[in-house]
Ligand binder design. Sequence first.
Ligand SMILES: Cc1cc2nc3c(=O)[nH]c(=O)nc-3n(C[C@H](O)[C@H](O)[C@H](O)COP(=O)(O)O)c2cc1C
Length: 574
Amino acid sequence: MVALTEKTKKRLTMQTVEIAPQTTAIRSLDWDRDRFDIEFGLQNGTTYNSFLIRGEQTALVDTSHEKFRQLFLDTLKGLINPADIHYLIISHTEPDHSGLVKDFLQLAPDVTVVGSKVAIQFLENLVHRPFKRRIVKNGDRLDLGNGHELEFVIAPNLHWPDTIFTFDHKTQTLFTCDAFGMHYCSDSTFDEDLKTIEADFEYYYECLMAPNARSVLSALKRMAELDKINIIATGHGPLLQHNVDELTGRYRTWSQTQAKAETSIGLFYVSDYGYSDRLAQAVATGITKTGVGVEMVDLRGGLDLQELRELVGRCAGIVVGIPPASGAAHIQAAISTILGSVNEKQAVGIFESGGGDDEPIDPFLSQFRNLGLTPAFPGIRIKQTPTENTYKQCEEAGTDIGQLVTRDRSIKQMKSLGADLDKALGRISGGLYIITAKKGDVSSAMLASWVSQASFKPLGISIAVAKDRAIESLMQVGDKFVLNVLEEGNYQKLMKHFLKRFAPGADRFEGVRTQPAENGAPILADALAYMECEVISRMDGGDHWIVYSSVYAGRVSKPDALTAVHHRKVGNHY
Ligand SMILES: Cc1cc2nc3c(=O)[nH]c(=O)nc-3n(C[C@H](O)[C@H](O)[C@H](O)COP(=O)(O)O)c2cc1C
């Protein structure tokens, strides 16, 4: 039997901290959360944060993930008798924050649940029992007494349709749940060390918030109307206190860039507490990688059909998560509106939601095809519980549609280099390499020549990876990969194989001889040498990430052979 090391042992712990007068953070620390959702890519665990505010009356903001059932409820009982809590504020109904609502209602049957209209509807389906409720709108207030006057801010799509923020005027704390969060587990309650958390903060934004950039900007506008915010009490990771202006500023800058994207794709789906949200999110991540804006729309929320028509009209492409065949009338109306507003210049992609009750995919895609739209990827069928590979397939499909709608622009940009400069740049040459990576069950590979040794101590290399490469999501900080060196005179076969256009989710190693490296990534049997590497940092190089990695193991299989060299004529191609 293998002994559990500190790293592989699953650890769940609790932390309670007074973060402001009469305000306690109850943090569920999930040190080794499995990577499943895309936004957990950096693998630093996560936390689920809940808060207790005690005025003359008491409110609990959110609960925790159901895996913390015992720990969370025991901790809460150590602080207060749950039956004495007057309000349970639901920032949104995603199970990692609302997983214990049902248990909590058993302990506090008289509590009034406070949430947006959509949240309360979702909750009814979740808890299957009557409960007291108060539906809040933007600007509504709830006075707990003793100065704790709460004001609610409607923040739809951050990142669930039913999201609200809660601002306590006494402590100037804004409770934002998913927004401004990050998956980062540490004992630090606050964000004192920006350097250690900023990569996770940005990665989380990219995955969850970038596809809703316009909604982020609307929420920031509403936040600006509040008094000065001292603390942003997020639902995941450290709370923001030391860098509130800096980090909200970053959200603003990133979202403005996204919202200004010349081209955007509308992504329509029906959220269902599960797969369909994650699948849609994976597609959105893939689109975002291409620099194309995404407008995500949950067809379940109260939609204005005229707005929907306008949105569809201004998009270069649309992606639809097939709604349930038994969907409500307003969902069917939304789908008819989409079908009635598309035009033949648009690209289209379809994915099944995985609920087992989906409309058949082919007739649905045919309807779009008959209207003249160009399919950007084969319809994604979900026959079993989605796996990491399914999400990767969705991400790659998103990238395909993003690349399709920007193809003409990319070609034009490539042609616009001055001829002399282009030729001069073309004199920079490199070797030929295949990068291979494996993370969980997902693997990928790409041919690269922009590879260079970058440091002696530590031993390090740099690789320029285009932001829309499939392998990019497996080359995050902390990820491990293999650099395979191709051999002069013996590289054509491998080069040709890896330059093929792979369909989303395709196995890139089919027909290629490999063996796993210590770090799990495939070593190509026909490579001249290989090195095992770990990503240390990534620098933003415009359309590429400059990925700096340490090299910690390696071997040459043919000591006398030389590395394949790639000579170019021009600088605007590899
Ligand atoms: C000679 C050559 C060198 C390349 N070098 C790089 C590179 O250094 N970085 C990069 O991002 N792509 C590079 N590419 C492009 C990718 O290998 C290839 O187009 C890519 O694998 C396909 O995109 P995908 O993996 O996202 O499907 C190169 C292509 C060629 C033909």
